[in-house]
Write a protein that binds this ligand. Structure first.
Ligand code: NCD
Length: 298
């Protein structure tokens, strides 16, 4: 069982850890508990969030705990207080702290000065480990396995932290083939190519690529407008007729928020993005139980 103080990197999880979390999450689905009564979870998001923050809060409440939330605009950071001091204050109040920040490796740095456990809810373009665990859980529930699948990621492969963590995690599974469709020059950085990987440009034509690969999973991401450099922005779109090319049992995932890349009409039988968001609560419940060492009570 995974037993680190802080949850910072997806590579800290091996295959057995991930499968244990999936099994635990499955037992938690749709249930409420009193196990974390008296415990407080703090969220400190220095970047915007809807799902990650609210699903951690929901998970904590469903386990019987409570939450506090730091809002930068209403805080003493407006008076010049540093991020470190702000987090050290949350460390005096809460039992566990969930942090999102725009700089790569920032959350690792913060965890070193905080005495309570820290969860990385996204550090810059680097990683978003809990998103990956819920993504893998969604895939595992769908196919009953992850081994042997063909997974195609598309969009901003350079700055998208969700695809980075996903790629790293897939090395725990055998015979997984991964593919990328990048837009503009937003290619997958070398350090995340740890499993068999083949890359295509959006300009090669999405239909041709889908016909050739016939992926089990199409994982769509938005262009990270807040991170790209001047001249890197590109509009791209996966259309309904392209989705219709996908094999019967394949699924379309998106970490959300989606912007223009996956239009509203793509609500067909392949769509799993809202399922992912729902699974995020169960996975985060499982993670919280493990971090408080209460998983054996289930
Ligand atoms: C993602 C993120 O923040 O990295 N969102 C999420 O947590 N579900 C994806 C994104 O912002 O594009």
């Amino acid at each position: 069982m995974w037993d680190k103080k802080d949850l910072l990197n997806i590579s800290d999880f091996d295959r057995k850890d991930l499968l244990e979390i999936f099994e635990l999450a499955r037992k938690l689905e749709g249930r409420n508990f009193d196990i974390l009564r008296g415990k407080i979870l703090a969220t400190a998001f220095f970047e915007p969030s809807t799902r990650t923050r609210l699903s951690f809060q929901t998970a904590m409440l469903r386990l019987g705990g409570t939450t506090i939330s730091f809002e930068k605009r209403m805080s003493s950071m407006e008076k010049g207080e540093s991020e470190e001091d702000t987090l050290l204050i949350l460390d005096q109040y809460a039992d566990i702290i969930v942090i999102r920040h725009k700089e790569d490796f920032s959350v690792i740095r913060f965890a070193e000065i905080l005495k309570h456990p820290v969860i990385n809810a996204g550090d810059g373009k680097r990683e978003h480990p809990t998103q990956t665990i819920l993504d893998l859980y969604t895939i595992w529930k769908e196919f009953g396995k992850i081994d042997g699948l063909k997974i195609l990621v598309s969009g901003d492969l350079k700055y998208g932290r969700t695809v980075h963590s996903l790629m790293l995690a897939l090395k725990n599974f055998s015979d997984v083939k991964t593919y990328g469709i990048y837009v503009g020059n937003l290619k997958m950085p070398e350090e995340f190519k740890v499993v068999e990987y083949q890359e295509f440009s959006y300009e090669d034509g999405v239909s041709d690529i889908l016909n050739k690969i016939r992926p089990d999973v199409l994982y769509v991401t938005r262009v990270q407008k807040e991170r790209i450099e001047q001249g890197e922005f590109v509009e791209y779109k996966i259309t309904q007729s392209q989705i219709d090319i996908l094999p019967e049992n394949s699924i379309v995932m998106h970490p959300l928020p989606r912007t223009t890349e996956l239009p509203i009409e793509n609500f067909g039988k392949h769509q799993r993005m809202f399922e992912q968001a729902k699974n995020g609560v169960f996975i985060r419940m499982a993670i919280l139980l493990m971090m408080f060492n209460k998983q054996n009570l289930i």
